[in-house]
Design a protein around this ligand. Structure first.
Ligand code: DGY
Length: 323
């Protein structure tokens, strides 16, 4: 009897088990790089060579050199909504399908953006450290005075799924919403009363600015010196998208000079390396890229990646292709 060859799936880091089980239940041969550190290039090359499908992470570059090591790969399921780590044009040439994980991480990421908004607006990190340091000696009229979100102008950079979810949350806090987007988002406008504006108007008028754009050639350093200098002295900048959208060096200068109030980051320009000057600033809240880090989101991201692979390998096409 001729043995049907099993599809080989390589996963570049441990992801929630439900997805691995789903793939194994299909009879696939699943290999996982199980060390809790980035996969060394040699190891990656060895494992992708004969893989029919790969689940990749956002911090692994899939460029020409990597693609050329793959002999029969049909799909790379990126375990993230962002896919700026993958050379999409070359993938197209190689006929390799790329998928991402939209929707399933929207609420978790939007929640974290609001957590950063609140942390900045109410000086939560500073206040918490103060209590832990034993400095709280009683209520004071001017202790850690912050700002309210109600009636403030809340600018959303990027009117996609996550931007919309953040806008809905900010609206619930009583903010007025404006947004920047290539296309009008009727749902966003209907559910929050948001107005679509230009980048300059958004930067000049917002009290809070939250970034929800993909990283592309067009958005790289979109917030450069000229644009950052348009922001109000009292404004708060939040980035849970990609660090490279902001010129971090210029932002550090602006924060040092108190030309804006403060900033909350979940992402950094040279991740995981963080400019030490940034961490010295008192008006910065910094988190280690945990926007989608909830059990629910990460499980559903893993399942969606696995379902994309199953669908492609069984000839039905991708569920969430990026192209
Ligand atoms: C993404 O999905 O692109 C986030 O940055 C990580 O969840």
């Amino acid at each position: 009897m001729i043995q049907k060859s099993k599809f080989k799936v390589f996963i570049t880091r441990e992801i929630p088990n439900a997805a691995i089980k789903l793939l194994k239940d299909k009879g696939y041969n699943v290999r996982v790089y199980s060390k809790d550190s980035p996969i060394p290039v040699k190891e990656l090359y060895k494992n992708i060579k004969d893989a029919d499908a790969v689940i990749s992470l956002l911090n692994e570059k899939f460029d020409v050199a990597v693609f050329d090591k793959m002999e029969k790969c049909k799909i790379i399921a990126n375990y993230a909504v962002g896919y700026n780590n993958i050379d999409i044009e070359y993938a197209k040439k190689k006929n390799i399908i790329i998928t991402n994980t939209p929707d399933v991480l929207t609420d978790s990421t939007a929640d974290l953006a609001m957590a950063l908004v609140l942390a900045c607006a109410r000086k939560i990190i500073e206040a918490e450290k103060y209590v832990h340091a034993g400095k709280f000696k009683g209520w004071k009229p001017k202790l850690f005075l912050g700002i309210e979100i109600k009636d403030k102008m809340f600018g959303i950079l990027g009117g996609g799924r996550i931007g919309t979810a953040v806008a809905i949350r900010a609206k619930a806090f009583g903010a007025k919403i404006i947004y920047l987007s290539r296309r009008k988002n009727q749902y966003l406008e209907d559910s929050t009363g948001a107005k679509k504006v230009s980048l300059d108007t958004l930067l000049k008028t917002s009290d809070f600015i939250s970034i929800h754009l993909p990283l592309t050639d067009k958005t790289y350093h979109l917030l450069n010196k000229e644009k950052l200098s348009l922001m109000k002295k009292t404004s708060v900048l939040i980035n849970t998208a990609r660090g490279e959208i902001v010129d971090e060096k210029i932002l550090i200068r602006i924060l040092k000079q108190k030309k804006i109030c403060c900033a909350g980051f979940d992402v950094f320009e040279n991740e995981p390396n963080i400019n030490p000057e940034l961490l010295e600033l008192g008006n910065v809240v910094a988190l280690p890229h945990i926007g989608s880090a909830t059990v629910e989101a990460r499980t559903n991201m893993a399942l969606l990646a696995a379902e994309n692979i199953i669908s492609v390998l069984s000839g039905k096409g991708a569920i969430t292709p990026v192209l």
